[in-house]
Ligand binder design. Structure first.
Ligand SMILES: [Zn+2]
Length: 178
């Protein structure tokens, strides 16, 4: 049978199945393993490792402690624990999405677990304010007053339009991170 075997091998030298012509077939001695599931040479084990084969998504959406999606854009960025003392002097700890932290005047706005609701916290009641603020963009220095509505309007206008003016430069010098 040596002749037949070599004939077979020469026929499928291009890696094509001699029966159906599907490329990517493999020979083992006189046996042909074909990728085509409708071919009599078909070998199911060939399917594995075949490029383009559908793969299971690595994250099948199983709960992982926290419900997915409570953070901004479903991000997996860092979280910050906020130690807060409310007006009744009760201590609370919030787990906030660091990317969601924003300061508005003397408040900090944060998106918190587990539902991703947005809460507003008074800065003076946050026990670990330094740590919390180290995770957010410092639009104004910690001891600095919030810019006036006029100043905010000027900064917002020029930022949006990509323009500048002497007044804008002056205000920007005061709030370089705005
Ligand atoms: Zn075949």
């Amino acid at each position: 049978m040596g002749f037949l075997g070599s004939l077979l091998n020469s026929l499928i030298g291009g890696g094509k199945c001699p029966i159906c012509g599907t490329p990517g077939a493999q020979t083992e001695g006189s046996k042909v393993r074909c990728l085509n599931p409708f071919c009599s040479n078909f070998d199911p084990s060939m399917k594995q490792g075949q490029p383009g084969a559908p793969q299971q998504p690595s994250q099948p959406g199983q709960p992982q402690g926290q419900p997915p999606g409570w953070r901004s854009g479903g991000s997996a960025g860092p979280t910050v624990s906020i130690q807060y003392k409310n007006f009744q002097d009760q201590s609370k700890t919030f787990t906030a999405d660091a990317a969601s932290l924003r300061r508005v005047k003397n408040h900090i706005i944060a998106k918190v677990a587990p539902k991703g609701q947005t809460i507003t916290l008074s800065r003076s009641r946050i026990q670990n304010l330094k740590e919390v603020e180290s995770h957010m963009p410092q639009r104004v220095a910690p001891d600095q007053d919030w810019p006036s509505p006029k100043e905010r309007q000027v900064m917002g206008y020029h930022k949006k339009n990509g323009t500048t003016s002497p007044l804008y430069e002056k205000i920007r010098a005061k709030y370089p991170n705005w």
